[in-house]
Write a protein that binds this ligand. Structure first.
Ligand SMILES: Nc1ncnc2c1ncn2[C@@H]1O[C@H](COP(=O)(O)OP(=O)(O)OP(=O)(O)O)[C@@H](O)[C@H]1O
Length: 321
């Protein structure tokens, strides 16, 4: 398996029309107020009064939010802010207690996840244990079958699907070339490096040819040397005319590539705006600091962390012997 740093960084997916559209969409954002729930000139997603509780805990309580078409929007916030739950609700993987939301003007209430994907709104998934046991190409096929709502195995083996399978394989090969994974096509996905897994997640989502791509922590577990390459790939999604919404903790990435940032804390949207204005916003700073104070360790947690740290130090000392 090659080292992560061997991956080339070229990305050639942008199209002139896509670039022009994304430039216009970004320019239009300049007129938008930097307030939670701000109206956008051309929203692809609009959500109203979305709540989701787990027992007594309100995980999501979003009054109003709009996602601008054709730009890269980051969804940030401290741990437990409700970002993943909100992602799951928008894409039909979870059901809210209240609220309504639409994609391209069509209501998505009670629409199952596979239909949401078929409509053009696709989220990435981190590599699960099962997917890790499939080859890279098989993972890409799962990406294609998900959108149709068929089970993976019936789609793989039924002769009726053969022509479609061939088309899917061709599409998969094309995407694997673009995401620098073609040489890994027959390898098990579980053997990929952290960065290659992220590329596979993106490539797999594109099998459904989505208009809106929702990335779940695209930088998690990625070698710092590879981050610029991954950033290029995320930008390429926008520059070929797609809308990108991503959840991320890596603030450098958020600053580097977001056109707009939405901040959640305790289930609510507490700030919105361009990256620089949001990062300097006192409400945002307070939310992050507050979250750190809230997570004061219990005695047991402190003991466990200390034991882990000691073990790491011992292992390091042994390997230096
Ligand atoms: N299935 C569930 N059952 C019970 N509680 C849940 C469930 N899913 C999420 N929660 C709780 O809802 C809150 C929001 O969680 P969520 O994972 O959406 O936050 P997040 O902003 O994505 O956090 P992180 O950045 O740590 O991934 C948390 O308090 C979490 O413990």
């Amino acid at each position: 398996m090659p080292a992560e740093t061997n991956l080339p960084t070229n990305v050639e997916a942008a199209t002139p029309e896509g670039l022009e559209r994304s430039r216009a969409a970004r320019a239009a954002l300049k007129q938008v107020e930097t307030e939670p729930g701000a109206k956008k000139p051309d929203p692809i997603v609009i959500a109203d009064n979305i709540t989701r509780t787990f027992g007594g805990l309100t995980a999501v309580d979003v009054e109003h939010v709009e996602i601008q078409r054709g730009v890269i929007t980051a969804l940030i916030g401290p741990n437990g802010a409700g970002k993943t739950t909100f992602f799951n609700l928008l894409t039909g993987f979870d059901r809210p207690d209240t609220g309504s939301w639409s994609f391209n003007g069509t209501s998505l209430n009670k629409v199952p996840a596979y239909k949401v994907a078929r409509m053009g709104m696709v989220r990435t998934f981190q590599l699960t244990k099962v997917l890790a046991k499939l080859t890279v190409l098989e993972n890409m096929r799962v990406g294609a079958t998900r959108q149709r709502g068929e089970s993976f195995f019936s789609a793989m083996f039924a002769p009726l699907w053969r022509a479609e399978e061939e088309a899917n394989t061709e599409k998969a090969n094309h995407l694997l070339e673009r995401f620098l994974l073609i040489k890994k096509r027959e390898d098990f996905a579980g053997e990929l490096s952290g960065g290659q897994r992220k590329l596979l997640e993106m490539a797999r989502a594109l099998m459904a040819d989505p208009e809106l791509v929702m990335l779940d922590e695209p930088m998690a577990g990625v070698n710092p040397a590879l981050k610029q390459s991954l950033l290029g790939h995320v930008k390429s999604l926008r520059d070929e005319g797609r809308t990108v919404l991503f959840v991320e903790h890596d603030m450098d990435m958020v600053r580097d590539i977001s056109d707009w940032v939405i901040v959640m804390a305790q289930g609510k949207v507490i700030a919105e705006g361009p990256p620089d204005s949001v990062m300097g916003d006192q409400r945002v700073i307070d939310a992050y600091l507050g979250a750190h104070h809230d997570t004061a360790l219990t005695f047991e947690e402190e003991e466990r962390i200390l034991a882990e740290a000691e073990k790491e130090l011992e292992e390091e000392a042994e390997s230096n012997d």
